[in-house]
Design a protein around this ligand. Structure first.
Ligand code: IPM
Ligand code: MG
Length: 358
């Protein structure tokens, strides 16, 4: 029997609610499959931990996480703590040392979900955004001087390395190659940013040479927003820098019907450290504790987790169960215009899993 250890970290806001739902669904997946077991360990790191200990996670936090096969993460961020502290204190403090440099964000219009795009049928929007997750605009390089004085100065430097760009391009081309259309769009802004983004383009062209069966094109990020809205059918796999992909992936989530559905995986492709799986939506304090958070993003990311572990049949089964549930408007949470609760959606997905006959 294969067995995996999963670190479950709800974090802040609705994070603990959706991670609890995700753990329930993953347990149902393992039971239904019968070929593997999952052992969960809960981690209480996040803003409450910070209020008690002055840090978002213990000093040996990353070392503790290395012992796991994967991390299921909820959200981090609280209204009373500056966002850059919570983000750099937990999420980026995990992603960066574990070198989860490929952030993967699939977008599809699931059955029963309405896209705000008129005339776009479900199958016409099927994308995967690959986000560079270790450097670029999020490198943390920069600083402030003369604080509080009229001559105050502040910089955020976008750092791109040849090795960093090469590895994310290879990951994206490989992913594009594995999808039926074998088509990659490289997002850039090399018209205005004339150093790092020009190198980004050059490396894309070099790496393209290693993948002769993948067709690719290049798109300036501003024009990309229009293409996503006006010609979604012309896109498949997309690779972009850290900040560009951050912005484009929110647009993608909205076009697919709700941020409540959008999953993400922070992948260490070499598997030298565990990868981390999370819903994109964040802490959502306006609905915290109400029991109405949409758990679908967490289920989808749980499916990505299973696939990463090599449990593809279980991952497919989970996605099918999710699609069966989204197809029923009576099981839509308020973000989708429905009245269902987190618990009702979770029970429905677990029931669909138990009934799955494949
Ligand atoms: C995301 C989020 C984060 C990011 C926020 C919470 C800093 O928007 O995962 O897309 O920008 O990376
Ligand atoms: Mg974002």
């Amino acid at each position: 029997m294969r067995s995996y250890r999963i670190a479950a970290m709800g974090g802040d806001g609705i994070g603990p609610e959706v991670v609890a739902a995700g753990v329930e669904a993953l347990k149902a997946c393992a039971e239904r499959d019968g070929g593997f077991t999952l052992e969960f360990t809960d981690f209480d790191w996040g803003s409450d931990y910070y209020r008690k200990h002055g840090v978002l996670m213990p000093a040996d936090g990353v070392a503790q996480l290395r012992a796991y096969d994967a991390i299921l993460f909820g959200a981090v961020g609280a209204p009373d703590i500056p966002d850059h502290l919570t983000l750099w204190g937990l999420r980026l403090a995990i992603c960066q040392p574990l070198d989860q440099y490929a952030n993967v964000r699939p977008t599809r219009i699931l059955p029963g979900i309405t896209s705000p795009l008129r005339n776009v049928a479900g199958p016409e929007l099927d994308w995967v955004i690959v986000r560079e997750n270790s450097e670029g605009e999020y490198s943390g390089v920069g600083g402030r001087a003369h604080q509080g004085l009229p001559i105050e100065v502040a910089t955020d430097v976008s750092v791109m390395t040849r090795a960093g760009v090469q590895r994310i391009m290879r990951y994206a081309f490989r992913l594009a190659q594995s999808r039926p259309r074998k088509f990659l769009t490289v997002v850039t802004k090399s018209n205005a940013q004339r150093h790092a983004m020009v190198m980004w383009d050059e490396i894309a062209a070099e790496v393209a040479g290693e993948f002769p069966d993948v067709t690719w094109d290049k798109m300036l990020v501003d024009a990309m927003t229009m293409r996503m809205v006006l010609r979604p059918q012309t896109l498949d796999t997309i690779v972009a820098s850290n900040l560009h992909a951050d912005i484009l992936s929110d647009l993608a989530a909205a076009l697919a019907g709700s941020l409540g559905i959008a999953p993400t995986a922070n992948i260490n492709p070499e598997r030298e450290a565990p990868s981390m799986f999370e819903p994109i939506h964040g802490s959502a304090f306006d609905i915290t504790g109400k029991g109405i958070a949409n758990p679908v993003a967490t289920f989808w990311t749980a499916a990505m987790l299973l696939e990463h572990l090599g449990e593809k049949p279980a991952a497919d089964r989970l996605m099918k169960a999710v699609e069966r549930v989204t197809a029923d408007p009576a099981l839509h949470t308020p973000d989708l215009g429905g009245k269902a609760t987190t618990q009702q959606v979770t029970e429905a997905v677990c029931a669909a899993l138990r009934q799955a006959n494949d």
